[in-house]
Design a protein around this ligand. Structure first.
Ligand code: CMC
Length: 429
């Protein structure tokens, strides 16, 4: 916090209003507008373009420079040197674990991978062609009906157990939502496998044969989870915080986050990118799609391009692109038609004045689809995988909020509807 102040002078009011300015350890200062309400005034910022909704110590982004830090550590270093569960520990507890702490953490996550048998029957209520995100919205929220011993949000121990349960059970539920669509049997987790291997085992294994998980694909999967682990106050994380601010239980809050993630402007973009590449179909059609994206009268957007915060390359996209190249090379996939379209599209957009002026760079979702497709993940599961990876970020933010001082999130509005008027009976309308 600093001693700096902003002075607000309003037409028609003699006395200027002084607003405190707070400084963080990194990033822009923030003007504290809390005192405005007493003066009968609110701030107006649709889409929270200029509004910090909370204080946080978890993740920092400098969108202009393309920097992403988790607890101070650059995402590039974590992607190279760490793994998903270690990054989970870092996000949750603020420091990298010692070897013993890591072993204990991993072993505790492994102990929570199974879901209550009764929960398995929930799936039968869904149509076989249900989108897996629709299933996830339901079954993750339903966890609150099963784990009553971790719902007391003011109890730190309950919050810990809920965190372990969510991180551990998300891959299990995600794989079940896929298996259900195939008609195949649900696979129990195999706790001798690591997090990513276990997910691939539950996705693609069957009870009649031992699973044969490729270490290359498991490593790529782990990196995808890691690159999605947290991204400060994005739409889904803010949704989790807002839901949590009312005192709702963690499973319900994460279900709210999953719902917010589903939209194509957010996590749903990875699925939309692949659909777009398929729709483009051939390199010769790219120009017409780029022209449509630039046309103000056409709602079409190039999916996987642009970001609210990044006005430079999304650092996750850089790592994801590199990982995609590595996986494709290791799998010997050199001539993938969708990949060719993606590469050409990227090249065109990076050199096009429209995209340059608006600072629209490829984001994480542009490349994640390519790598997930190479791993063999069906397109409908892309956003579910984003949700699995992001679960730790949602919990870390929820826990940070609940363990500190917080108030219910309650935005105000600029009302532009009718002024008061008298009711008219139906005969007189
Ligand atoms: N294609 C064409 N034009 C675009 C695009 C795009 N992908 N993205 C933004 N623009 C234009 C937009 O039309 C606007 O133009 P103008 O100033 O002339 O009105 C300008 O760029 C600014 O866009 P905006 O919609 O005001 O920006 P925003 O910060 O509200 O939206 C976004 C950010 C990510 C929702 C948007 O860029 C978008 O829809 N991108 C495609 C969807 C996507 O890839 N989403 C994944 C985001 S990264 C992962 C995640 O967060 O989950």
């Amino acid at each position: 916090m600093s001693d700096k102040k902003a002075t607000l002078k309003i037409d028609g009011i003699d006395e200027a209003i002084e607003l405190p300015i707070h400084s963080g350890t990194l990033g822009p200062d923030v003007v504290d507008v809390g005192g405005l309400t007493a003066r009968g005034m609110f701030t107006y910022d649709p889409g929270f373009v200029s509004t910090a909704a909370c204080e946080s110590q978890i993740t920092f982004i400098d969108g202009g420079k393309g920097i992403l830090l988790h607890r101070g550590y650059p995402i590039e270093q974590l992607a190279e040197e760490s793994d998903y569960l270690e990054t989970c520990y870092l996000l949750l507890y603020g420091e990298l674990p010692s070897r013993e702490q890591k072993e204990e953490f991993v072993s505790t996550v492994h102990k929570h991978t199974m879901v209550n048998e009764q929960l398995r029957t929930f799936f039968n209520g869904f149509r076989r062609d249900a989108h897996p995100m629709a299933i996830m919205c339901g079954v993750v929220g339903a966890l609150s009906a099963f784990y009553h011993d971790s719902l007391e949000i003011s109890d730190e121990q309950h919050r810990q157990v809920a965190a372990f349960r969510l991180i551990a059970k998300m891959p299990t539920l995600a794989a079940m939502s896929y298996k259900y669509s195939t008609g195949g049997p649900f696979m129990y987790p195999d706790n001798s496998l690591n997090y990513a291997e276990n997910f691939l085992h539950m996705m693609f294994g069957n009870p009649c044969e031992p699973s044969n998980i490729s270490p290359v694909l498991a490593k790529a999967m782990d990196r995808v989870f890691l690159l999605h682990a947290d991204h400060e106050q994005n739409a889904s994380t803010s949704t989790v915080r807002l839901a949590g601010s009312s005192g709702a239980n963690p499973f319900a809050c994460i279900a709210a986050g999953i719902a917010a993630l589903w939209g194509p402007s957010h996590g749903g973009a990875n699925e939309a990118v692949l659909e777009m590449l398929e729709e483009i179909g051939d390199i010769s059609h790219i120009d017409s799609f780029v022209a449509r994206a630039k046309d103000k009268d056409d709602p079409f957007r190039l999916m996987g391009f642009g970001h609210r915060v990044y006005k430079n390359f999304d650092p996750r996209a850089k790592v994801m692109k590199q990982a995609a190249d590595e996986v494709l090379a290791e799998l010997g996939i050199e001539n993938d038609p969708l990949l060719d379209i993606a590469k050409r599209l990227e090249e065109i957009a990076l050199h096009d004045d429209y995209f340059i002026e608006k600072k629209l760079y490829p984001n994480v979702d542009f490349y994640s689809g390519i790598i997930l497709k190479a791993i063999g993940i069906p397109t409908s599961m892309f956003t579910v995988i984003f949700a699995v990876g992001r679960t730790v970020g949602w919990i870390a933010h929820w826990n940070e909020m609940i363990s500190g001082s917080y108030r219910i999130g309650r935005p105000r509005q600029l009302y532009t509807g009718y002024t008061q008027r008298d009711f008219v009976t139906v005969d007189e309308r």
